[in-house]
Design a protein around this ligand. Structure first.
Ligand SMILES: [Zn+2]
Length: 233
């Protein structure tokens, strides 16, 4: 049972990361409960969204934000901006990248579900901008890109490839692949996140290649998803 995480977050009082498939699929509420039980976090404090491959962000910073969230029945969004203590947020991925962005004082943490559609639509840049807007222009942002499908496996059609900058495209054996990591990094640095502050993890942690740890939609064609979360202590 392992959680892929960035130690800088925990040091700031934020429990966050991506749980491996050993915790089971995030579509099963029992698994969500089990994951947070294992972290000694009340699972009822964990909020969910209905992901649509868009760029909407739900913000949970004040008590009022929480009330607003609880009032609404549906939450169509693909990212969170969390600033409220003793509150947690969850996203689900199977090949898409979970992108964590925070200020180095740990006041705000953004968590975004970034598949190719979200990245092409600029979600990584948008979440970095939102964190920066909240934390102040002088804030130093840090980021962690969780497990996702890498350029070894992410073959796409030409029309999808066109939506990405040349630096994020890889041509190999007459096929075209997307380097989603690179595309995310480019957007984050474009918003002023320093390259050295971006933890892009081991380049071989591809969800499709690494069946032992990850679910992969491309590989398995199932609805099983990994759980990525952030909880402000
Ligand atoms: Zn791969």
């Amino acid at each position: 049972m392992k959680i892929f995480a960035d130690g800088r977050l925990l040091a700031l009082g934020i429990t966050a990361g991506t749980a491996t498939r050993h915790f089971g699929t995030g579509r099963d509420k029992e698994n969500v409960k089990k994951l947070f039980d294992s972290l000694n976090i009340d699972h009822q404090k964990i909020l969910g969204i209905n992901q649509t491959h868009g760029t909407d962000i739900v913000q949970i910073i004040t008590e009022k934000d929480l009330e607003e969230y609880q009032k609404n029945q549906t939450h169509n969004a693909d990212a969170w901006l969390l600033g409220k203590k003793e509150q947690g947020v969850l996203i689900l991925t199977a090949d898409c990248a979970p992108v964590f962005v925070w200020d180095d004082k740990g006041r705000y943490v953004g968590l975004a579900h970034c598949g190719w559609r979200g990245v092409a639509a600029g979600l990584p840049a948008k979440i970095a901008r939102e964190v920066k807007k909240r934390a102040g222009a002088g804030a130093n942002l840090q980021a962690f890109i969780g497990p996702h499908i890498k350029a070894c496996c992410f073959e796409v059609r030409q029309d999808v490839a066109q939506k990405f900058p040349p630096q994020a495209r890889v041509e190999r054996g007459g096929k075209i692949y997307i380097n989603l990591t690179e595309a995310v990094v480019m957007q984050l640095t474009g918003e002023g996140v320093k390259e050295k502050e971006i933890n892009r993890q081991n380049p071989f942690q591809c969800t499709m290649c690494n069946k032992e740890n990850f679910f992969s939609y491309r590989r398995d064609k199932t609805r099983d998803v990994l759980m990525s979360f952030a909880y402000k202590i």
